[in-house]
Design a protein around this ligand. Structure first.
Ligand SMILES: Nc1ncnc2c1ncn2[C@@H]1O[C@H](COP(=O)(O)OP(=O)(O)O)[C@@H](O)[C@H]1O
Ligand SMILES: [Mg+2]
Length: 492
């Protein structure tokens, strides 16, 4: 299988000569050879660049409409299908340029160049709203909320570009835009100064009025109101929350002035912010359109990562490894930033392994690499506290994990748990503590919130339920031989 370099070399050689089977097997190199001289010539060109035919590629005269009509759609489709199904060239993680490209594609700061995936609905709603405002030259407000890492900032920035393109295409005056990140403001009311500065083209007036008052008076008369619409994006709006929420109210109320030209998009992470300030806005007759960005699901996380890596010619992750990451992140938060961080970290694990053993065969990111990256990322507070417990209490937790995870029980009794604990002590050759001490240990674990102990006259009959996820226990002891033995499948 060719490496990226050899595949690229082949691709460029076929552009001026005969295609080699290796080059024909890489979709990207094929795509390059298929690039027609003029729009609309793609099908003819594709026919002539089939690896099974003598190509005219590179001659610049590949368009032959006759042959195009002679080529039935189905056979063209089959040809494409064959080429796409062909195996990709292997990634060479030791190649610095390739490694850089992978890390860059996975970097949170890298804005995907193509269209955004998994946010179609949200993008459509926001864009439609903005288009209507521009068309009707009518101010309006939108409130975008969702947990961190759900693509709010990225999506709204894309909207800004799409709106300008659309207005341009429609022959309308393109709206001006201003993006403010509230984390950069020295104080909450500075926001009005920023907006005013943009409307006044940064010329500072000598008015005695506050920036907010100037904006209000500007938008209240036809003569002073600006002509051009302005898209004002206020990101990280959570920072504008004051006790009376006056700044937020004043900000949104700017869109209700008779001659306002603002299309205001406020973006916040706090889901409940809407409940806290929307009722008041509603009573002031200024209810923004609310668009909620839900946490990404497992499939969406996986799709986004794949989409970001689409430009690369090679596979970076084993499918199972990527799925593992997507599943974990979706279950924890659905935060794309976290998912990208874990993926990059897994790439670094592979990189470190290759550096440690130069003879190791090249490979892609596997389940094991991902497992390590996830462990680093999700070393949670619960896991930390499990790791800080005394050894016998940790063994009780193993007994609990065995009962609830392996034996799939929902509850047990202190007596049964004690038997399971003694079994573990026997298998690891650690002397077990007596029943009274065991019962005390369980009370300590109960006080710390690891488990719940019911009431009963007889200690042994007290009901025991687990209060943490049993997978946290197995996760905490991963890689520890002693505890792996404690967690071996018991007889249920
Ligand atoms: N749909 C998506 N496609 C590609 N990358 C995404 C997508 N959603 C989020 N990301 C990535 O996750 C990062 C965090 O997204 P961001 O828009 O900043 O989230 P939020 O503003 O909701 O906290 C972005 O920088 C981007 O790299
Ligand atoms: Mg953001």
């Amino acid at each position: 299988m060719p490496t990226l370099r050899s595949a690229t070399a082949n691709a460029s050689s076929v552009a001026v000569g005969t295609p080699s089977p290796a080059a024909a097997s890489t979709p990207r190199s094929v795509k390059r050879r298929l690039t027609p001289g003029r729009a609309g010539e793609l099908p003819a060109a594709s026919r002539h660049t089939s690896p099974h035919r003598s190509p005219h590629a590179g001659t610049g005269t590949v368009c032959m409409p006759k042959l195009l009509s002679a080529s039935p759609k189905s056979s063209r489709k089959r040809l494409y299908g064959d080429l796409v199904a062909a195996e990709k060239p292997k990634w060479n993680p030791r190649d610095a340029a390739q490694m850089r490209a992978v890390k860059e594609a996975l970097h949170v700061a890298t804005v995907p160049s193509s269209e955004l995936v998994c946010r179609d609905n949200e993008l459509r709603r926001v864009l439609e709203f903005c288009k209507a405002s521009v068309e009707q030259e009518k101010a309006g407000s939108l409130y975008v909320c969702g947990c961190p890492g759900t693509g709010k900032t990225l999506s709204i920035n894309k909207i800004k570009d799409s709106l300008v393109c659309w207005a341009d295409e429609m022959g309308m005056e393109t709206p001006d835009s201003l993006a403010i990140n509230c984390t950069n403001l020295a104080n909450t009311s500075e926001i009005f100064g920023k907006i005013l500065g943009k409307f006044q083209n940064r010329k500072k007036g000598s008015s005695k009025l506050s920036p907010l008052q100037q904006l209000q008076s500007m938008f209240s008369s036809k003569d002073s109101a600006p002509r051009r619409m302005m898209l004002v994006i206020v990101d990280e709006m959570d920072y504008l929350i004051t006790r009376d929420r006056a700044v937020l109210h004043d900000l949104f109320m700017l869109t209700t002035c008779a001659f306002s030209r603002c299309i205001l998009i406020g973006i916040a992470n706090a889901i409940d912010l809407a409940d806290r300030f929307l009722p008041k806005l509603e009573s002031l007759n200024c209810k923004p359109l609310v668009v909620t960005f839900r946490a990404y699901s497992k499939d969406q996380i996986s799709d986004i990562v794949k989409h970001r890596l689409k430009g690369l010619e090679y596979d970076v992750f084993e499918p199972l490894a990527l799925e593992f990451c997507a599943r974990k992140v979706a279950a924890a938060s659905g935060d794309m930033r976290k998912a990208l961080g874990v993926c990059r970290s897994a790439v670094e694990v592979l990189e470190a392994r290759l550096q440690d053993s130069p003879d190791q065969e090249l490979g892609i990111v596997t389940f094991d690499h991902m497992d390590i990256a996830l462990s680093k990322a999700f070393k949670s507070a619960v896991i930390d506290s499990i790791l800080c417990l005394p050894q016998h209490q940790q063994m009780v937790l193993c007994a609990l994990a065995n009962t609830f995870q392996h034996c799939k029980k929902k509850a047990t009794t202190l007596g049964e748990l004690n038997k399971s604990y003694i079994e573990i002590c026997r298998s690891t050759q650690v002397p077990a503590v007596g029943m009274l001490e065991f019962s005390n240990m369980c009370m300590v674990l109960s006080d710390q919130g690891f488990m719940k102990l019911g009431q009963s006259k007889e200690d042994k009959l007290r009901r025991v339920t687990l209060q943490i996820d049993s997978s946290d226990i197995t996760f905490a002891f991963k890689g520890n031989r002693f505890f792996q033995k404690c967690l071996e499948q018991p007889r249920c």
